[in-house]
Design a protein around this ligand. Structure first.
Ligand code: SF4
Length: 303
């Protein structure tokens, strides 16, 4: 196991933003964490990296290589972890060339060898040929897809064991999204990298991840092998996300969507937090919180 998160909780201003989040990342595999905005998927990763807002507290554990990350000093807890952000234009330094940024990261992380050659090799690895020429370019001279590839190359320059990719395709056009997700999966396999892929798009993880965790309102509601979850969703929220797919809608017909929205952390909702939106709600759901058993947190699945 490369990284194991158990019972992670994040509390800010007295509100539980993440509650009982668990996840296992393995070398060579992609684990997608999916949910609408406000489900706590990014916050869970930031908690592991020690990047929570001031005043936030955590509980639970996150261990990598025998080191407990949640209580370790920040430089130690980030060792072996790298992150790719949603918007590469803001992640990259606009006044430094691609080559300078790559070589700086390589140097900081103690890379051995000629930095220029290593930077060219990294660009080629992420699918940017003629790397020697590209080293001279600045982020604004690249397309959106190329910028995200450079962001991924910068993350790889740190030789991570775990790569956290936070909505890495949101700022890209549809044709480039699949390309970047395939790249992440290839890198996971070739580098024995554990990839933690955060996305709001459940359809996008088909073919892009090995395992999937579905989050709702700060909690895990379903977890399992990606193919299994997508083919036979067990939780009504997962099924609703899969139905909310514009690709399958008829021209002129309303787009399928889940009714309502994710509740705020401050909203007190007894029982199952999904019950106000659930099409299959029954009396027990309004009073008793379902536990995550057999891969799904739902009273229908675990009567
Ligand atoms: Fe729906 Fe009840 Fe299952 Fe919650 S526990 S998802 S409300 S059926």
């Amino acid at each position: 196991m490369t990284l194991s998160v158990k019972g992670l909780g994040v509390v800010l201003d007295g509100h539980a933003l993440v509650d009982d989040f668990s996840l296992k990342l393995q070398a060579g595999r992609v684990h997608a964490v999916v949910g609408e905005s406000g489900s706590g998927k990014t916050l869970s990763a930031l908690a592991v990296l020690g990047l929570l807002p001031e005043g936030a507290t955590t509980r639970g554990s996150a261990s990598k290589g025998g080191v407990e990350l949640l209580t370790a000093a920040v430089p130690l807890r980030r060792e072996g972890l790298a992150m790719v952000l949603q918007e590469p234009l803001s992640a990259l330094n606009p006044v430094l060339s691609v080559g300078a940024q790559l070589m700086e990261t390589l140097s900081v992380h103690g890379a051995r060898g000629e930095l220029r050659a290593l930077a060219v090799a990294l660009l080629e690895e992420v699918g940017i040929p003629a790397g020697e020429d590209r080293l001279r370019l600045y982020p604004h001279q690249l397309s959106g897809g190329q910028r995200q590839r450079v962001s991924i190359a910068c993350a790889l320059a740190a030789s991570p064991e775990v790569l956290i990719a936070d909505e890495p395709t949101t700022a890209l056009d549809a044709s480039m999204r699949g390309v970047i997700l395939s790249l992440l999966r290839r890198l996971a396999r070739e580098r024995a990298l554990a990839v933690w892929l955060i996305t709001h798009d459940l359809q996008a993880v088909r073919g892009a991840s090995d395992e999937v965790t579905v989050m709702y309102a700060g909690r895990v509601v379903e977890q399992g092998l990606t193919e299994q979850v997508l083919e036979s969703p067990r939780h009504p929220y997962t099924a609703g996300l899969l139905r909310s797919n514009p690709a399958g809608s008829k021209p002129g017909a309303p787009l399928p969507a889940l009714p309502g929205s994710v509740p705020l952390a401050s909203e007190v909702i007894p029982g199952c937090r999904f019950h106000p939106r659930c099409p299959r709600v029954f009396d027990r759901c309004r009073v008793e919180r379902p536990a995550l058993l057999t891969g799904a947190a739902c009273h229908l699945v675990n009567p």
